[in-house]
Design a binder for this molecule. Structure first.
Ligand code: SF4
Ligand SMILES: [Zn+2]
Length: 338
């Protein structure tokens, strides 16, 4: 079975009310060098077109989308969520897909979202696949928000990793083109890169993330390293249940951040489910301290990780060596325990 079919085979579409947004919360982020409250809104749409066709191996967003969502439904979600604004100057808009896909977010509702949020917030961040971005959409969008940032899930700059591990068929060339469009229009660019897609060993995944960070740096204002977390009904979930995938060690995330310190882009990471078995984790004893350190680093509140210590750092080193002997990415500890 080909990777594209295996990924699709794991999907379990469910029914949702198209008038209910998925989630909203407030978190800390940087704006003009200062730590501020950032408002996150996840709208429910019909979801990412690529996830409907096949999808990325780690992406569980498709679990939350509705089958069909009319523009009026998204408008209703916006009306409801706007009442929750409490002065946050920065807003991040996600759709479990692509903000600039006209089939997912029709132009009239995209304009309304940008206008309403642009009126309330100093900076608006939206996310889309690079090849879906058109110059006319972008020029209109920058008129509606004082500061616009477009986030792209590049994931890796290695064609091999994108094709055989992530199941994505667009890479650095498309990213560079979209980033140039953004910069010409006056928008900034955030680049998401993965730490440890499936089928890569711990060591390979560190090298891939570090290399990808350097390759993407010329096209990025911010680079955010996303440690893969195990989401339901994904290929990663299937491998995880078979002991063939372990999310990255937090020590690996720390190494990636240390080795991309020289980039001109702002480098950050917010490990989703950090410290939990389905997220990036260490031994359990040091996880909270290491996650906190990564968050502090991302907010510019610490420069390095030299003060972090735990006995499990030696286990992490041995783990990386052991995978080399096993000639594969299986989880050596899971195999020893079963
Ligand atoms: S990671 Fe992004 S591009 Fe890939 S399936 Fe999910 S939403 Fe679509
Ligand atoms: Zn530890």
């Amino acid at each position: 079975m080909r990777l594209q079919e295996v990924v699709k085979d794991e999907r379990r579409p469910r029914e949702f009310d198209p008038r209910e947004y998925i989630s909203t919360w407030t978190e800390k982020d940087l704006l003009h060098g200062k730590v501020v409250d950032a408002w996150v809104i996840i709208f429910r749409t019909r979801g990412c077109y690529w996830a409907r066709a096949s999808g990325c191996s780690m992406c569980g967003y498709v679990n939350d989308v509705a089958q069909e969502v009319a523009p009026a439904d998204i408008g209703h979600q916006l009306d409801v969520v706007l009442r929750k604004h409490s002065g946050q100057p920065l807003v991040k808009v996600y759709t479990s897909g692509n903000f600039f896909d006209d089939h997912e977010v029709p132009p009239e509702i995209r304009e309304r979202i940008l206008r309403e949020l642009g009126d309330r917030c100093d900076k608006v961040i939206v996310e889309t696949l690079s090849h879906l971005l058109r110059v006319d959409q972008l020029e209109r969008a920058v008129q509606l928000a004082d500061q616009l940032e477009v986030a792209f899930g590049l994931e890796s700059t290695s064609e091999r990793v994108l094709r055989y591990a992530v199941n994505k068929v667009w890479g650095l060339p498309e990213h560079a083109k979209a980033a140039a469009l953004c910069h010409e229009a006056g928008a900034s660019v955030k680049t998401y890169l993965l730490v440890k897609p499936p089928f890569l060993t711990e060591r390979e995944s560190i090298e891939d993330a570090v290399q990808s960070g350097h390759d993407a740096d010329p096209y990025s204002d911010t680079i955010s390293f996303n440690p893969v977390n195990v989401q339901s009904h994904t290929l990663v979930d299937r491998l995880f249940r078979r002991g063939e995938y372990r999310p990255p060690w937090l020590w690996s995330v720390v190494e990636v951040l240390e080795r991309t310190h020289d980039l001109k882009a702002h480098v950050k990471s917010h490990p989703t489910a950090g410290g939990m078995v389905r997220g990036a984790h260490n031994c359990g004893k040091c996880d909270r301290a290491v996650v906190n350190a990564i968050e502090e680093f991302s907010l510019g509140l610490r420069k390095d990780f030299e003060d972090l210590r735990c006995d499990c750092k030696a286990v992490w080193s041995a783990y990386r060596e052991a995978q080399g002997f096993m000639l594969g990415p299986s989880d050596p500890l899971a195999i020893l325990e079963t």
